[in-house]
Write a protein that binds this ligand. Structure first.
Ligand SMILES: [Zn+2]
Length: 237
């Protein structure tokens, strides 16, 4: 069973990969701006972003594959199975993030700092994506009846992630929770964690469920209203 320490250690590996990717991005961005004379080279930014998230996304997926296999061995799950690495974010997806992120460079008052902030959030999400996908895909392919949970991690967790965490280890296929289960915002540091039958989730699911239930009792059944209530009650994003 994954312990909170296992989750924290895995999160540290993923954070290290993101840190390296963002450092490389920031350095490249600085050079790009220093040399910039005419038009913004959007194509070049798209290509750089795609290459960056492919390289670091592979590192994230490699760590995830090892983590899955280790946890499965610890769990003593019957039957043989080995996790396989998910592909990095496709170049088109990375290019779309880059095009969106450079928006603040255009217009009357170009804001390169805002652009880099957007791009950094997008790069973080895309670098982590193959690691999360590796765990989710492996859960689906695992002949043992595995599930995964969105385990909150880091100093703050947003209402959306808390809502998904409140359900515990229920996530199985892509379409669980209408696709919401596999959405992550740029700075999300939640850890997709596999859980096998008979195991406990490595976090306090009840606490999140109580928060959710309290908000639902006040706000009614609409998900957006519940999220708004949670933000208000908990003073979070
Ligand atoms: Zn999150």
């Amino acid at each position: 069973m994954a312990t909170p320490a296992d989750v924290a250690a895995f999160r540290a590996t993923q954070t290290d990969v993101v840190t390296l990717a963002l450092a490389e991005l920031a350095e490249w961005w600085e050079q790009l701006l220093a040399l910039l004379t005419g038009d913004v080279p959007v194509g070049q930014i798209e290509t750089f972003t795609a290459d960056l998230v492919a390289v670091y996304g592979d590192a994230a997926a490699l760590a995830a594959v090892d983590w899955y296999d280790e946890l499965r061995e610890q769990a003593d799950v019957p039957g043989r199975f080995r996790a396989s690495m998910a592909d990095p974010a496709p170049p088109e997806q990375a290019a779309a993030v880059a095009r969106w992120a450079v928006g603040p460079l255009f217009g009357a008052q170009p804001d390169p700092a805002k652009s880099l902030e957007h791009l950094s959030g997008g790069v973080q999400r895309l670098v982590l994506q193959p690691g999360r996908q590796t765990i989710a895909d492996s859960v689906d392919q695992d002949p043992a009846d595995a599930r995964w949970a969105r385990v909150p991690s880091g100093p703050t967790t947003c209402a959306f992630c808390r809502l998904l965490a409140s359900r515990g280890a229920v996530y199985h296929s892509e379409d669980t929770a209408g696709g919401l289960a596999t959405s992550y915002h740029g700075t999300c540091d939640c850890v997709v964690t596999p859980v096998w039958p008979g195991e406990q989730e490595p976090y306090d699911v009840d606490r999140y469920f109580e928060e959710y239930s309290a908000a639902r009792a006040k706000a009614g059944g609409d998900t957006n209203a519940i999220l708004a209530q949670m933000r208000k009650d908990l003073g979070i994003n």
